[in-house]
Design a protein around this ligand. Structure first.
Ligand SMILES: *[C@@H]1O[C@H](CO)[C@@H](O)[C@H](O)[C@H]1NC(C)=O
Ligand SMILES: *[C@@H]1O[C@H](CO)[C@@H](O)[C@H](O)[C@H]1NC(C)=O
Ligand SMILES: *[C@@H]1O[C@H](CO)[C@@H](O)[C@H](O)[C@H]1NC(C)=O
Ligand SMILES: *[C@@H]1O[C@H](CO)[C@@H](O)[C@H](O)[C@H]1NC(C)=O
Ligand SMILES: *[C@@H]1O[C@H](CO)[C@@H](O)[C@H](O)[C@H]1NC(C)=O
Ligand SMILES: *[C@@H]1O[C@H](CO)[C@@H](O)[C@H](O)[C@H]1NC(C)=O
Length: 331
């Protein structure tokens, strides 16, 4: 390929040189290689691979732009059937605003009964269409691992009194609210899982954070370092286990592997190293490079994009980050 490419570039005018992919053929001269795989040998346990329909994307999949019901399920089959797309994890966002969350009104004190709503009156659109997407995905893959993750607590549980713009959960160190809303936020997260249980769906993993090292940002967001995470997880973890012992808890979806490592280090320093079951991290700001500093808990990369632009359909045409071959190499 290199020789073909070079001769093409030299042959083109120096001013308008632009690479246009050439059709090519490959004759395999070597004899066929026989590969035998012993499926009994395990090197590493993988939780799986997945996607998310957060921030309204699930509605594209459930007909917001006219996709027919038959094709909605077909697309979900392409993604989640183990013999097709093979995705086995769905990350759902737990809404935190008055319009996409499940808190009908702000309680007057932390000891007031919380006024929870349903996921939505219409199952086709409930929970920003994530319920329907989850149901479709479960039809395609009954072993689906469902990660329910919040970007923020509801505003009235936070220092900045809104679910956007960062802020802290009232009650963690460094927050100075008159009330401690940590238990209310833990109950809020578990209530979301219960609403799915009422629909016959078990969430597998529950998270309270999204990129708590990066905030404030203008969408739903909340800050936390590892010490503050300890102050909340020491409430959330027992609350979750009391509800359902096999429901796992994540920490903390940091923007990068190094950033996640810092949170885990602080969490452990604060005595909270056992207060989560899966270390969750994003790959934007730094790569993993070495093992995570967990106490043996597995880790899961829960978000990544290369930042080079929109979805790209080419496999190996320009050598750019967005292409399929590069993504195959990441995996
Ligand atoms: C295969 O063999 C043919 C004929 O000898 C040769 O022209 C061609 O370059 C070889 N291809 C590769 C990939 O080695
Ligand atoms: C609970 O929330 C709903 C929806 O926002 C509201 O209509 C209702 O008045 C609230 N109930 C109480 C007791 O605050
Ligand atoms: C539920 O929402 C779907 C999709 O928007 C719509 O087609 C359907 O009519 C709604 N059902 C009810 C009972 O409102
Ligand atoms: C804590 O309260 C003081 C005094 O009201 C205020 O100046 C400060 O910004 C508050 N800090 C936080 C983190 O809310
Ligand atoms: C949900 O989990 C509980 C506890 O492990 C189990 O008893 C129940 O059968 C599960 N429900 C579904 C729908 O998988
Ligand atoms: C794919 O990415 C390459 C490199 O950035 C770009 O030239 C090309 O236009 C993109 N194609 C599509 C379909 O987005």
């Amino acid at each position: 390929m290199a020789a073909v490419l070079l001769s093409y570039i030299f042959g083109a005018s120096a001013v308008t040189a632009q690479y246009v992919p050439l059709p090519w053929a490959y004759t395999q001269n070597e004899s066929v290689v026989r590969v035998s795989v012993n499926a009994g040998v395990q090197y590493q346990t993988m939780i799986g691979g997945g996607c998310s329909g957060a921030f309204g994307v699930a509605c594209d999949q459930t007909g917001a732009h006219g996709l027919s019901p038959t094709n909605q399920q077909l697309v979900s089959n392409y993604l989640f059937d183990e013999n097709l797309g093979g995705l086995s994890i769905l990350r759902n966002r737990i809404g935190s605003s008055p319009t996409d969350g499940i808190l009908g009104s702000c309680p007057s004190t932390p000891s007031s009964t919380l006024n929870f709503t349903s996921l939505g009156a219409n199952d086709s659109t409930a929970d920003s269409c994530q319920l329907k997407l989850t149901q479709q995905a479960l039809l395609a893959n009954p072993d689906l691992f469902i990660y329910a993750d919040a970007w923020s607590a509801p505003g009235c549980f936070k220092t900045d009194e809104t679910d956007i713009n960062g802020g802290l959960i009232c009650g963690v160190r460094g927050s100075n609210c008159t009330e401690d809303w940590r238990q209310a936020y833990a109950d809020y997260l578990v209530q979301y899982v219960k609403l799915y249980e009422e629909k016959g769906i078990n969430v597998s993993l529950l998270g309270a954070y999204n990129e708590p090292d990066f905030n404030p940002v203008t969408y739903a967001s909340m800050e936390s370092d590892g010490f503050q995470a300890k102050d909340f997880l020491e409430i959330l973890y027992p609350t979750v286990k009391k509800y359902r012992n096999d429901l796992e808890v994540s920490c903390c979806d940091a923007t990068g592997a190094r950033q996640e490592r810092s949170i885990l280090y602080e969490l452990e320093q604060a005595g909270g190293g056992a207060l989560y079951d899966v270390a969750t991290w994003h790959n934007y700001q730094s790569n993993p490079e070495r093992a995570f500093n967990s106490q043996g808990q597995p880790n899961m990369q829960t978000e990544y994009a290369d930042g080079s632009g929109p979805w790209n359909t080419t496999w190996d045409t320009t050598g750019q980050l967005a292409e399929g071959l590069q993504w195959a190499m990441y995996m």
